[in-house]
Design a protein around this ligand. Structure first.
Ligand code: RVP
Length: 497
């Protein structure tokens, strides 16, 4: 007969934190959310740590270069998804590593012989009113001029005219060489009263645009995740199928760390792949997962995983539990794996961080996951709601939504993740929408503020202290009801998550 685990499989909604004594020096200004990302000896600094314990899911609908840049600037980290050709994923890594604050890669580009009508269409699509005119119409082609929405009017100028008829040609266009610093670029913007300064390389190919409005941008992000050369950090998802070809390309592009992405990481496939990575690239941190218990954690930690992701079936777009009857309540999974991690540390003298992946619906769930022992969290739905996520933003009767689809859905067809052979035989994910939530910088700042406030109530100034001292209580269905407002709300905005 099958073995039945006596503990009930529980999830975050079933728990609340009890307040602990808050000392005077413990405030939201003094709370430090620093956390280790990779295996290390306790007491020694980990090779990579995050100043905010957030990573974005290894998903098409979530981890694009734009999102990775925004998240790393806020102290977290993205794992760029592997459900794309190797060269595309490597190019995405390169895009993040080449990011220079204030130096924008132009996303609104046309050729000189494109029509003004085409330009209007491109500007409408990107929402930007400044376009680079390059020889081949790409962001890195030879720069021939610039054209802005102030240079023509769709009612005044024939839309079948070429862009070249209205652009400012390069000979008359102030621009800078690629060695220009941000402060020099800004000086030029102000001295010459420009809105935008194109930066070109020695062959005249466009590299970046610097806008006047980005001038103060850099000061907004004191906690950025950066490498020794001050470049933003970025991770890359890999699978157990083509890793031998994919990894060299990702590392060549500058990926800081890797993570095997699988709905079930407790497998010989993943152990063999981890062994291969550790043999060929011992200096590169690589995570494994997903698992839901101590047994799975030990298996991957012993195979060399530098961190282990926890969670099966709890993702907001996930139907693995419906389809296969596999999974575990996320709270039980995190607490079980955290206990195994601590036991592994006692036994081996090495600390292997764990990540709670999926099923975090409310901001306070993040605090619960951290209190339960997670070193950091991974979220898909949460990040998919922001401007920087790749899904389309669509209007509905009640406001805007963003597209969000699972890697196990027919839309993503990520068969490498689901171990169903070389094609997806049945879906393990759905294709849907999430409420649009605006700019990541603002949304994440709010979430961080709430987590810090929770930690202050629990009297903790650091995450290790929070994990060591937090007290959790199980809630009954009745007390869960009591937790919500029990009046008719005047302002519905107050209920928005
Ligand atoms: P959520 O944050 O609840 O949206 O969950 C995101 C997580 O769900 C991912 O990090 C991944 O582990 C899992 N996932 C991704 N696709 C699917 C699926 O199609 N079933 N599940």
């Amino acid at each position: 007969m099958a073995k039945i685990i006596p503990e009930v499989s529980r999830t975050f909604n079933e728990y609340l934190l009890l307040p602990n004594r808050t000392r005077i020096e413990c405030s939201t200004e003094t709370v430090d959310l620093r956390t280790p990302l990779v295996r290390h000896v306790p007491g020694e600094a980990p090779a990579i740590e995050l100043l905010s314990p957030f990573t974005s899911a290894i998903m098409q609908a979530v981890s694009s270069p734009e999102l990775a840049i925004a998240l790393a600037r806020n102290g977290g980290l993205s794992f760029l998804h592997h459900n794309q050709p190797i060269e595309d994923q490597a190019a995405a890594v390169r895009q993040v590593k080449r990011f220079k604050a204030g130096f924008i890669t132009s996303d609104t580009n046309v050729r000189p012989d494109d029509t003004l009508g085409h330009l209007v269409e491109v500007m409408r699509r990107t929402g930007h009113s400044t376009a680079a005119v390059t020889e081949d119409g790409t962001a890195t082609g030879r720069l021939l001029g610039m054209v802005t929405s102030r240079d023509f009017h769709p009612q005044r100028h024939a839309l079948d005219q070429p862009v070249s008829s209205r652009m400012t040609p390069i000979a008359e266009l102030p621009h800078a060489g690629h060695e220009v610093s941000l402060s020099e670029a800004n000086a030029q913007l102000w001295d010459q009263r420009l809105d935008c300064l194109p930066v070109v390389d020695e062959k005249g190919h466009l590299q970046h645009l610097v806008f006047r409005s980005d001038y103060t941008d850099n000061k907004r992000f004191p906690h950025q995740s950066v490498d020794a050369n001050k470049r933003l950090r970025v991770g890359a998802g890999i699978n157990t199928h083509d890793y031998q070809e994919r990894i060299p390309a990702l590392l060549e592009a500058g990926a800081d760390l890797l993570c095997f992405d699988s709905s079930d990481g407790y497998s010989d496939w993943q152990r063999n792949a981890l062994t291969w990575v550790k043999k060929h690239y011992p200096e590169i941190p690589v995570g494994g997962g997903n698992v839901v218990d101590g047994e799975g954690f030990n298996f991957l930690a012993e195979a060399g995983a530098d961190f282990v992701k926890v969670g099966v079936g709890g993702g907001s777009i996930c139907i693995t539990r419906d389809q296969k009857g596999i999974g575990r309540g996320q709270a039980s999974a995190v607490m079980d794996v955290a206990a195994a991690r601590d036991e592994f540390r006692e036994r081996t003298g090495e600390y292997v961080p764990i990540c709670s992946d999926g099923g975090l619906v409310h901001d306070y769930h993040v605090a619960l996951a951290l209190a339960m022992g997670a070193d950091f969290v991974m979220m898909g739905r949460y990040f998919a709601r922001f401007d920087q996520a790749p899904g389309a933003k669509l209007p509905t009767r009640d406001g805007f939504v963003k597209e969000y689809w699972g890697e196990g859905s027919n839309r993503a067809r990520n068969f490498q993740r689901y171990g169903q052979g070389d094609r997806l035989i049945f879906e393990e994910g759905v294709d849907g929408y999430v409420p649009y939530a605006g700019d990541l910088n603002e949304g994440l700042a709010l979430t961080i503020a709430k987590i810090k406030a929770t930690m202050v109530s629990c009297g903790s100034m650091t995450l290790p202290e929070f994990q060591a001292t937090a007290r959790l209580t199980l809630v009954s269905e009745q007390s869960f009801q009591e937790s919500h407002a029990n009046v008719s709300l005047r302002d519905t905005a107050a209920t928005a998550v």
